[in-house]
Design a protein around this ligand. Structure first.
Ligand SMILES: [Zn+2]
Length: 241
């Protein structure tokens, strides 16, 4: 038990470190005036075979005040420029009402990770409105967590989509959603578009080769593919408190 506790602590520590890195990178993005997960490299992308058109099924969890129409429109807008690059659509296959459970990024991610992937959902994206605490947070000279993804499976992410603070003037809701979609397609790092292209292609290739109905996920901690909803849900449970 002790060993298990130690392992859990270490894992939580490394997760926190990972999030810190992602937040710091988000701040760098802000300061650079750049709003994407990296800079596209068409030359490298043209060397990657993305295979035939396919789709990933996205289930939306919507906070109070976020309408289904706005949420669907935002996902469409966020991915419309990217879908043709990879032959990969993001298809909204479910909408669930979900009251924002916490103020902090860790609190939100922990609650979100307790939501299993249900049949028909390859990924879960929560779209959140503003909490009064976010406004105060936004006044501080700190990187603001406008979005994050779980490191263990990269299947559960959230994005704050109500435009209120200074940070969001530069990082529009559409860009935050696009950023989290990239993470959910198996790209854990920022500024590694080549790795991201190869990852998207590899996940698509696996799905096609195995005639899988599920779009596989990527465990960015163990560096391995998760090829079923059951394995994603088991991984989420094993990384819980
Ligand atoms: Zn990120």
């Amino acid at each position: 038990m002790h060993d298990r506790a130690q392992r859990t602590t270490r894992r939580a520590g490394s997760r926190r470190a990972g999030r810190f890195v992602k937040n710091t990178a988000a701040l760098a993005l802000l300061l650079a005036g750049c709003t994407s997960i990296g800079t596209h490299d068409p030359r490298v992308r043209s060397t990657v075979d993305f295979g035939p058109p396919d789709a990933v099924s996205l289930c939306l969890y919507l906070d109070d005040g976020v309408s289904e129409e706005r949420a669907r429109g935002l996902v469409e807008e966020a991915w419309s420029t990217e879908a043709p690059l990879y032959g990969l659509r993001v298809k909204v296959t479910g909408v669930t009402r979900w009251h924002r459970p916490a103020f902090t990024m860790d609190g939100i991610l922990e609650a979100l990770s307790r939501e299993p992937l249900r049949p028909g959902c390859d990924r879960v994206l929560a779209l959140l409105g503003r909490h009064v605490g976010d406004f105060i947070w936004g006044l501080l000279p700190l990187p603001e967590a406008l979005g994050a993804v779980d490191d263990d499976t990269l299947t559960h992410a959230y994005a704050v989509i109500t435009r209120v603070t200074i940070n969001q003037i530069f990082l529009s809701p559409r860009n935050v959603v696009r950023h989290e979609l990239y993470h959910m397609l198996g790209c854990p790092e920022h500024f590694d578009m080549e790795g991201c292209y190869r990852q998207i292609a590899a996940l698509k290739r696996w799905k096609l080769a195995h005639q899988s109905e599920f779009f596989p996920a990527w465990d960015s901690v163990k560096q391995e593919m998760l090829v079923s909803r059951e394995s994603v849900n088991a991984r989420l449970n094993s990384s819980g408190p």
